[in-house]
Design a protein around this ligand. Structure first.
Ligand code: 5AD
Ligand code: SF4
Length: 480
């Protein structure tokens, strides 16, 4: 169904039980409400979705915006809106605190504009203590929902629009995946594609399995169908998304490996680049390495979270691999793809981490020589096993280790990422450069950025660029 068909929906009948038809029914109802409100105000209604957190959340926000646009809202990036959705993250406490900051400001805003609607969704809302806090201290919020019922967004917004109470609908888990809902993509030439939802790994520090539920894979046919239609719509690069893409397909009726899925995606004509995120070292198969190595479309980049270089800490983290196993994996990858760019996530200050453990992490960083690394200070998440572990590391010790790690990571990244200087490489032109007039910013297969002189009409196209100069974490180049 597409948005034009909303006119054909008979609103005098009961809402269908079947999905996604039910949601299209509510979109039609909502559209009438939005039209009426906008007529009263004498201007279009404006909506905004603010995203915190990972690529999954960014993709979810595109779905939220797709529905808001379908029902007649104009979409804005700013927080000055008639309807604002905060798509929250709770993986670390920082992300959590930021949301309360924004909500505080919105409380004032709503005093001036009582018709304004505020919705909260995403990972934070899956935590019962958060919802309690919202109910108590942020009574002006109109709608709260979680990660499992995002597909019901149209219905939820409709319900909250005709109610003057706070609507809360958070599910504990689901095995439901609803296909074929609208989406408002940020870029016309590249897109995220969910291939699975949830995580079964229960790393002992991580809250994701509690807020995103158990692993569910989408049917390969649905994924291929979505990518085909994206390509028909101008997309040349997809990023396959999942918390642990390497365990894709294990729970399908007809199980299928992630490597096999990649082979199917590769066959799609018109698609030029394939990326994926995130890989768990414990599930990274030889089959995948082989498929990556022979592929023409899969980018030569792998994000492989290390978390810690100490086998002792990895065990307590429940990561199910050792330092040696990780290093062997890197060796295998480099043997198959000498030019592959490796990036990672590292946590410092996990409970019980000693200076020796930390030295093991530094040792892996020096041996692997990552192209870049996201470094995090361990954040205690209520409900996870690590939160109640004794011997949490004192703040000043963690801070000191974090600074030392960051310095090491940055020095190495600066050296490794400059190794392409002088070469001519294929680049996807992504946007106008914000600093320099007449310049574009493009992305290499290995995920690094290059700035080069070029016309806006090149955006969304693959072009050859001579990398004339490395500036540490990005390049300057010239169109060939
Ligand atoms: N504290 C710090 N970092 C965390 N991550 C996940 N949980 C925590 C936590 N409690 C990091 C991991 C993961 C990335 C997405 O976030 O490194 O790979
Ligand atoms: Fe969290 Fe581990 Fe799952 Fe990643 S694999 S989402 S770190 S539990």
């Amino acid at each position: 169904m597409n948005t034009l068909d909303l006119d054909k929906i008979d609103l005098s009948t009961e809402a269908p039980v079947q999905e996604p038809e039910r949601q299209y029914y509510f979109m039609a109802k909502l559209r009438a409400l939005v039209k009426e409100k906008s007529k009263k105000l004498g201007r279009p209604l404006v909506a905004s979705a603010q995203t915190f957190g990972c690529q999954m959340n960014a993709r979810d926000s595109e779905k939220i915006k797709g529905i808001l646009e379908t029902v007649g809202y104009e979409i804005t990036e700013s927080e000055k809106a008639d309807f604002i959705v905060y798509n929250t993250c709770t993986v670390r406490e920082n992300a959590n605190l930021k949301v309360y900051g924004h909500l505080g400001l919105m409380g004032h805003e709503k005093k001036n504009n009582p018709d304004m609607m505020i919705a909260l969704c995403g990972c934070m809302m899956q935590e019962p203590q958060v919802v309690e806090k919202i109910k108590k201290s942020y009574r002006f919020v109109n709608l709260v929902f979680g990660t499992h019922n995002l597909y019901k967004f149209a219905e939820l917004v409709y319900t909250s629009m005709i109610s003057d109470r706070m609507i809360i609908d958070v599910w504990k888990d689901t095995d439901k995946i609803v296909e074929d809902l609208p989406c408002d993509r940020k870029y016309f030439f590249k897109s995220g594609v969910n291939i699975m939802f949830g995580c079964n790994n229960f790393c002992s520090y991580c809250i994701v399995p509690y807020v995103r539920g158990r692993e569910r894979s989408r049917e390969p046919e649905e994924i291929i169908k979505e990518i085909r239609s994206l390509v028909a719509d101008g997309v040349v690069e997809v990023m396959l998304l999942g918390q642990n893409v390497n365990s894709y397909g294990k729970n399908l009726k007809n199980p299928m490996s992630f490597a096999k899925l990649l082979e199917e995606v590769e066959k799609i004509e018109g698609l030029e680049r394939i990326r994926f995120m995130t890989s768990h070292p414990k599930d990274l198969s030889d089959e995948l390495i082989e498929v990556m190595a022979k592929s023409k479309k899969i980018c030569q980049h792998l994000h492989l979270p290390l978390q810690s270089g100490s086998s002792r800490i990895l065990k307590i983290m429940n990561r199910k691999y050792t330092k040696e196993h990780y290093l062997e994996l890197v060796e295998k990858l480099r043997k198959a793809m000498p030019d592959i760019s490796l990036t990672t996530d590292i946590i410092v200050g996990f409970p019980g981490e000693t200076e020796e453990d930390f030295q093991e992490t530094l040792d892996v960083v020096r041996k692997v020589r990552y192209d870049s690394a996201f470094t995090f200070i361990y954040s205690k998440r209520t409900g996870t096993p690590a939160a109640v572990m004794e011997n949490q590391v004192p703040e000043d010790v963690v801070k000191d280790r974090f600074d030392r790690l960051l310095k090491e990571v940055q020095e190495i990244a600066k050296e490794t990422s400059s190794r392409y200087a002088g070469q001519v490489v294929e680049v996807l032109a992504e946007e106008k450069n914000h600093q320099e007039e007449g310049y574009l910013t493009g992305r290499l297969s290995n995920n690094l950025l290059v700035h080069f002189k070029g016309d806006e009409s090149l955006i969304g196209k693959l072009v050859s660029v001579h990398l004339t100069e490395s500036r540490g974490f990005y390049y300057m180049g010239e169109l060939v």
